[in-house]
Design a protein around this ligand. Structure first.
Ligand code: GLU
Length: 295
């Protein structure tokens, strides 16, 4: 299904933070790696704010993200997308999926689902109206395989590991899986570079892309920065917010974390130019966590 991006297709990468907390050092690693990978391949780099999950938006974090992008002097191609302004687009795509009979409404409550990690398809044959219900997409019992540029060969069977999964919640919130697939397609993204915590989401996104006839993407999942408790740096465990006034030092540290050749302190734009010119993807540790400790 779908047309494949040929080898000659220009590289189009992106950075897609969710404003569920301020950016931290782990987010900077993702931004820097996706940027240098795109620019070292003469590609474009887009930014998308993934803010469909309104209840999880952390006040002020969107402003902090934009301030950081400015302070680090990334050259952003095109307009920044905000997903909350694009809900009608995702709803139109749901409509298309409905016409092909790929989705169905699910009235199961959290309590009914219990601790079952795999959805059993309880509502699949009930033919419920889609309004005010969760919407699930049907999966099939086939392996989904892809090669990750850092993490190697990957395979997943959605029917065995997950079952039909949610694209829209009962409260109307569009799920990340749907929004990310639709926007990667509409922004003509060719390469996804992001944290290894999202590696196991990829099969879902490939599946959705196939159902929609979108061209396949290439993936690279970066090792995660960890704290001294052995947890990945995240908003949930209070990773320190990036200080935009310290952009050059932070940039230097991010490049060190990615095991790139040394870059002298300078204005971020100069440092980024140097980082791009000496960028070597193959130096990034091929594992899912970084060996050093960060705060
Ligand atoms: N919005 C996601 C996050 O902040 C990243 C999504 C992606 O890169 O696909 O974790």
């Amino acid at each position: 299904m779908g047309v494949s991006h040929s080898e000659n297709t220009p590289y189009r990468g992106r950075f897609a933070p969710s404003p569920t907390g301020p950016l931290h050092f782990g987010s900077l690693i993702t931004a820097v790696a996706s940027y240098c990978e795109a620019k070292s391949r003469y590609g474009k780099w887009f930014v998308r704010i993934e803010d469909t999950d309104i209840p999880r938006i952390y006040p002020g974090s969107e402003t902090h993200i934009l301030q950081c992008l400015d302070a680090f002097e990334f050259e952003i191609d095109g307009q920044i997308f905000f997903q909350k302004d694009r809900l009608h687009i995702y709803n139109d795509v749901l409509h298309k999926l409905q016409q092909k009979n790929y989705i169905y409404a699910c009235q199961c409550t959290r309590k009914m689902l219990g601790s079952n990690a795999i959805y059993q398809g309880t509502c699949k044959t009930l033919d419920l109206a889609l309004e005010n219900q969760a919407i699930r997409v049907k999966v099939n019992d086939q392996p989904i395989e892809f090669i990750d540029a850092l993490q190697g060969n990957q395979t997943a069977n959605l029917a065995h590991e997950l079952g039909d999964f949610v694209l829209k919640r009962r409260d109307g919130i569009i799920n990340y899986q749907l929004a990310v697939v639709v926007d990667d397609y509409l922004q003509d993204i060719t390469h996804v570079v992001r944290g290894a915590d999202l590696l196991d989401n990829t099969a879902r996104q490939i599946w959705l892309g196939q159902l929609l006839g979108y061209p396949p993407l290439k993936y690279m999942h970066l090792p995660l920065a960890m704290n001294d408790q052995g947890q990945k740096l995240s908003k949930q465990n209070m990773a320190q917010a990036l200080d935009p006034s310290n952009a050059s030092q932070l940039l230097q540290q991010a490049l060190i974390a990615l095991k790139q050749p040394f870059v002298e302190l300078d204005r971020p734009t100069i440092m980024l130019q140097q980082a791009i010119s000496q960028w070597q993807k193959d130096l990034i540790p091929k594992q899912n966590t970084l060996p050093d400790i960060y705060l």
